[in-house]
Design a protein. Structure first.
Length: 306
């Protein structure tokens, strides 16, 4: 799913008059993002419209932003799928690192490794022991998605293989894991937490470097004894690459301010979204590093894409 923030009519004013983002995004936490831009809209005195621009795993809308005028009026809300795409789509029409300028991270959402209680596996170590016997399957939200690479990163660190069963989105993947038709998955906490709290899924670990406040009793995969198994799932704001630095910095400051507001934090907390305070250049560097890591994972997993 992608979103574009735009103004009716798409007319232009100078940066000194106002910054009105026109954003395209891949983000499942739409209510959280709306809250952020409601605050920004009030501060800059302009209406911001969110327009969905989906298709081909988000790459159609992303390509549109890559070639947009770098004037601060066309921006992109995206997620870890942005840095995951080059590993699955080697022939993208855009460069996921060089054609964009990162602005700010809205937050990180831990991927949670979950399994049906009926499987009788109650810890990460038990899953690994079972996996080394062969025959396990794991679900993802799609081939080449961040949920795919999160699982592959863990499998590589744990030293066993499992059969990938991709679905058309997170809800379908979770349905199959709950039913026991697929063994486990590593999906975002906001998608999984209701099923975990309802007892339909057992949470084995989270993928982030530290525990999630939403599931404080659940260890990280690193704590469970598997170094280099972490995978950060982020949501953030980007712009076309040549957007002037003063615009990038102003937008960064507006997002940072919005994230401190109680109305925004009240939306983020139930979704398990944790802050990740990075400056624009640090965010750029993180994306570039993730792209390389995901490509390496795809090669190590023997994944073949057209």
């Amino acid at each position: 799913m992608n979103f574009i923030l735009s103004r009716p009519g798409h007319f232009r004013t100078s940066f000194s008059d106002a910054i009105i983002p026109s954003v395209e995004s891949e983000n499942s936490s739409c209510g959280c993002i709306v809250a952020v831009f409601c605050v920004i809209s009030q501060r800059i005195g302009q209406t911001i419209v969110i327009e969905n621009r989906g298709g081909t795993g988000g790459t159609i809308g992303t390509a549109a932003v890559a070639t947009a005028e770098p004037d601060g009026y066309t921006l992109m809300i995206n997620a870890s799928a942005h840095s995951a795409a080059p590993a699955a789509c080697p022939h993208l029409s855009y460069d996921a690192a060089k054609d964009f300028a990162a602005i700010a991270v809205f937050g990180v959402v831990p991927n949670v490794m979950t399994i049906a209680p009926s499987k009788g596996i109650k810890s990460v170590r038990a899953l690994v022991e079972r996996g080394k016997q062969g025959g396990l399957t794991y679900a993802s939200a799609g081939i080449g998605s961040a949920t795919h690479w999160a699982a592959e990163r863990f499998l590589r660190a744990a030293g066993f293989k499992a059969t990938h069963v991709p679905f058309r989105g997170g809800p379908e993947a979770l349905t199959e894991v709950v039913a026991g038709r697929v063994d486990f998955c590593c999906l975002g906490i906001s998608s999984s937490i209701g099923l975990i709290r309802g007892g339909q899924l057992l949470s084995l670990a989270v993928s982030t470097m530290r525990r999630s406040p939403a599931l404080p009793e659940v260890p990280t995969t690193t704590e469970a004894g598997f170094p280099d198994s972490d995978y950060t799932f982020w949501n953030g704001l980007l712009a076309p690459a040549k957007t002037p630095r003063p615009i990038i910095d102003r937008l960064h400051n507006e997002v940072v301010y919005a994230l401190t507001q109680p109305i925004v934090q009240a939306k983020f907390a139930p979704q398990g979204v944790d802050p990740l305070p990075l400056g624009p250049k640090e965010f750029d560097a993180m994306i570039a590093k993730e792209i390389g890591s995901n490509i390496e994972l795809a090669k190590a997993a023997g994944s073949k894409f057209n």
